[in-house]
Design a protein. Structure first.
Length: 160
């Protein structure tokens, strides 16, 4: 059965005219249905970023540990962490330095990263934890990295 035609044009119902009433005057405008495979106009489709390789996540954990321990400057992480994370690392570093000064502990701790344990709660976010092994000591670095401004940056980071 063919689609019913409109009164004025004889076009099929897929191209109906819509009467918009504005202040008593009626205007006609053409309303067409979008193709079935067309994307939703309200959403912006960006390509999903690939996750960084696991060695990069291990390095981030190791560098954050070294920044807190005092063998690396926090500014070396500036491109991979947000300003809030950098401030938190600076505060932890100050506490660690004060503690080491009080205890007269000047040993350098060299850590070796273990495997990365990660999950991806969102296509543009990764939550991960890395266990760092050192002689007589084990530490954990837990962090969340997010895709922002065309790169991955740590938005949360804790050295335990």
């Amino acid at each position: 059965m063919p689609e019913p035609a409109t009164e004025t044009t004889g076009r099929p119902a897929a191209h109906l005219h819509h009467r918009a009433h504005t202040g008593g005057a009626a205007r006609l405008r053409l309303v067409t249905a979008p193709p079935p495979d067309a994307p939703d106009p309200g959403t912006v489709h960006r390509p999903v970023p690939l996750p960084p390789p696991m060695p990069a996540l291990q390095r981030l954990a190791l560098y954050a540990f070294e920044a807190v321990e005092g063998t690396r400057t926090v500014s070396q992480l500036a491109g991979t962490v947000t300003p809030d994370v950098a401030r938190e690392l600076q505060a932890r570093r100050a506490l660690r330095t004060e503690r080491r000064t009080m205890l007269h502990d000047h040993r350098r701790i060299v850590a070796i990263p273990g495997p990365v344990h990660s999950s991806r709660p969102h296509p543009e976010a990764i939550e991960a934890a890395v266990v760092l092994h050192a002689r007589g000591r084990t530490s954990v670095v837990a962090f969340r990295i997010e895709w922002n401004a065309e790169r991955w940056r740590a938005t949360e980071l804790t050295v335990l």
